[in-house]
Design a protein around this ligand. Structure first.
Ligand code: AMP
Length: 195
């Protein structure tokens, strides 16, 4: 199964992706996690991406597409994967469509987590507080100032993907304001219907 989770920062994509990993045994491919790993490892990509990420802006399509193209060819992704935080621009959506077409694959669904903007910043701040309380590193972009920019980037560059996938008949909207378990159940229901 190949899925895309779409939604603004704080919509719950990562949380739901983890649940899907457990249920379906396919990996979560989070470009945010991959980029943060590159930053931590101080690779060339990481060095190029760091300032952009810290500012809440999007890393270039070229960098992100290359990371994904390499990742989907790894053995654990052969049976499927959940894309979390990718694609985030129309150019990325076209690029990943080409990648799958070249491999004779297709997406089973694009799940949009529909959330109320007003709830998002609170969720992000809560995530930062929880990480701090657990003694884990707090993401540099999980604060109110950078969040504003991340949301602007979302509306400018990512929200057009809703129309893009709707027009392809692949978009399924799920109420992301429900509890985590309810959202999981709704997603599982959608996937069960797909067979
Ligand atoms: P995330 O963990 O998905 O919230 O991503 C954190 C940051 O990584 C974003 O604010 C961007 O700077 C960068 N990033 C992650 N995924 C992408 C992507 N698909 N395209 C461009 N930048 C990305």
């Amino acid at each position: 199964m190949r899925l895309i989770l779409l939604g603004p920062p704080g919509a719950g994509k990562g949380t739901q992706a983890q649940r899907l990993v457990e249920k379906y045994g396919i990996p979560q491919l989070s470009t945010g996690d991959m980029l943060r790993a590159a930053v931590a490892a101080q690779t060339e990509v990481g060095k190029r991406a760091k300032a952009v990420m810290d500012a809440g802006e999007l890393v270039s399509d070229e960098i992100v597409n290359a990371i994904v193209a390499e990742r989907i060819d790894q053995d654990d992704a052969a049976k499927g994967f959940i894309l979390d935080g990718y694609p985030r621009t129309l150019a990325q959506a076209d690029a990943v469509a080409d990648m799958l077409a070249q491999r004779g694959q297709k997406f089973d669904a694009v799940i949009e987590l529909v959330v109320d903007d007003k709830a998002l910043v609170g969720r992000i701040l809560k995530r930062a507080e929880e990480a701090k309380a657990a003694g884990q590193p707090v993401r540099k972009d999980d604060n109110a100032e950078v969040f504003d920019e991340r949301l602007r980037e979302y509306y400018k560059k990512t929200a057009p993907l809703i129309g893009y996938y709707y027009a392809k008949g692949q978009l399924v909207g799920v109420d992301g304001m429900a509890t985590i378990d309810e959202v999981t159940n709704e997603i599982n229901g959608v996937l069960a219907k797909l067979g």
